[in-house]
Design a protein around this ligand. Structure first.
Ligand SMILES: [Zn+2]
Length: 503
């Protein structure tokens, strides 16, 4: 660049930067404007034949093509300015990979600066870099694990966040996961934002203006959570879908590489046949798969749950703005009193959607859906498992940051409530102190309709219980070959109870 040009350009660039930052600052401060919650309200794509390129440039100025199409370059144009293209018969391209929408991903991924990774949506490689960075900057507080592989043999990564992260501690396990649906990019951000704040690493994304209102943790809150729990994150359950979304097509990312909707594939009331509950062929967006738990990604998450016996799970999705609690299938009865509902209601209300027409609420379902992870987790282990639907769908990232910030009060309320209690840590052992495999935890004041049988962790004899609206817990502990034990517990905060069963 010549010196004449730079003398002219630098003040201009500076003025542009300033104008831009002021505008975004104002927008976030006022929080009055309705955000554009989809990216497709922002950009459209057109193929411009070589013969028409000059005319196009005369109309649209200095746009750079985003890719090469078969008949000419493809341009990303503002969605509000497509009239001329439509009138002149240019071909609109609807089936694009997300990197056409967000071409800056290449620069962000190649960067070595965590602040840059956090300045936009993440692809698989960027998530991996972030997890490695977390581990490197907080080795005393987190550890990365590969818990399994996808259909295309990609690693499914997890991070354990806890004091002494290299060992299995005898603590309640919690899990926050994203991207069961690989096209729901914000679901990954909700997970990573929480992890960054819990680990207190620099470079978390939301602006200073929003951070004041949607703060992270106090040092005391962090200490308490890190000492009390094993907090697991799995930012990308479906790495093949995420990769398809970025690099193949925005229509391909929801499902796994075999065309299966992972959140219809779990083995609880799999394939009920109810209308709209799940699809029966790979052509449809909600294909349940050839059999229950048929997919490698589903089995990885199931094995993980069997090992960890999570107390609470958040599975993030977008963008219905709901905290969904089990069961989501018509005709399947929730236990009463409904402990899962109790917490969903308590946590959902604190979220901020930044959408005038839709605020966060607890709901049992959007419509009847079968084969979800949350229903299976609740049925199988008594895990209070929630599908947490964020408020936006990959809008431009400056808008997405509002959705990330607005999710903070929800997961924060959940973590703080679990840290404070009331909460029970139960242990069931024999006379010699060994855990009793298959010992069942019953709540005599809870009516169950689906034959749920919740048993202790086979290796530790542990069972963690959130009492919900039950003030006094009337527990019954039963195991084959042992005398049944009963106890009434009035639990106000954290209650540790050990049951010795005798033959
Ligand atoms: Zn989803």
């Amino acid at each position: 660049m010549s010196s004449v040009h730079s003398r002219l350009l630098f003040p201009l660039l500076f003025a542009l930067l300033l104008a831009n930052s002021c505008r975004s600052g104002m927008r976030e401060d006022s929080e009055r404007g309705e955000p554009t919650i989809h990216w497709w309200g922002v950009y459209s794509f057109y193929e411009v034949p070589f013969a028409g390129e000059e005319q196009f440039r005369a109309e649209y100025g200095a746009l750079e093509p985003i890719a090469r199409g078969s008949r000419g370059p493809i341009y990303r144009v503002p969605a509000a300015k497509t009239e001329w293209l439509e009138e002149n018969g240019y071909r609109r391209i609807n089936d694009v990979p997300f990197r056409y929408v967000d071409p800056d991903i290449d620069r962000r991924r190649e960067s070595d600066d965590p602040a840059v990774w956090f300045s936009g949506y993440k692809d698989r490689e960027t998530v991996e870099k972030i997890l490695l960075y977390f581990e490197k900057s907080r080795p005393d507080l987190c550890r990365r694990y590969v818990i399994g592989k996808s259909v295309r043999n990609r690693p499914i990564e997890a991070l354990r966040i806890s004091k002494n992260p290299e060992v299995d501690e005898d603590e309640p396990s919690l899990m926050f996961n994203g991207a069961h649906h690989g096209n729901e990019l914000l679901s990954i951000d909700y997970v990573l934002d929480m992890a960054a704040l819990l680990l207190d690493v620099p470079g978390v994304p939301v602006s200073a203006a929003l951070r004041a209102r949607f703060a992270g943790f106090t040092p005391e809150e962090r200490r308490r959570i890190l000492e009390s729990f094993e907090v697991w994150i799995v930012p990308v359950v479906n790495p093949d879908g995420l990769d398809d979304y970025w690099n193949r097509s925005i229509h391909a990312g929801r499902k796994n590489a075999r065309g299966v909707d992972l959140n219809r594939n779990y083995p609880f009331y799999w394939g009920t046949g109810q209308t709209g509950a799940s699809g029966n062929s790979a052509d449809v967006h909600d294909y349940r798969g050839p059999s229950a738990g048929s997919e490698p990604e589903t089995r990885v998450m199931m094995d993980f749950a069997e090992r960890e016996r999570f107390t609470v799970v958040f599975s993030y999705h977008t963008f219905a703005t709901r905290v969904l609690f089990p069961y989501t299938i018509d005709g399947v009865m929730n236990p009463w009193p409904d402990r899962a509902w109790f917490y969903a209601r308590s946590w959902a209300g604190s979220g901020e959607s930044f959408r005038r027409e839709r605020q966060y609420e607890a709901a049992r379902k959007l419509y009847s859906v079968d084969g979800t992870d949350q229903d299976w987790l609740f049925f199988k282990y008594g895990t209070l498992a929630y599908i947490v639907e964020g408020s936006m769908n990959s809008p431009v990232y400056s808008e997405g940051l509002r959705s990330i910030a607005g999710m903070r009060p929800i997961w924060k309320a959940a973590l703080l409530q679990m840290a404070a209690g009331p909460r029970l840590e139960l242990k069931v052992v024999d006379a010699s102190g060994y855990p009793i495999r298959g010992a069942e935890i019953r709540l005599l004041d809870e009516v169950r309709f689906e034959n749920e049988r919740w048993t202790v962790h086979p290796q530790t004899g542990r069972f963690d219980l959130l009492p919900g609206p039950l003030e006094q817990l009337h527990l019954e502990i039963a195991a084959d070959g042992y005398q049944t034990a009963r106890k009434k517990i009035l639990c106000k905060n954290i209650c540790k109870e050990k049951f010795y069963l005798t033959r």
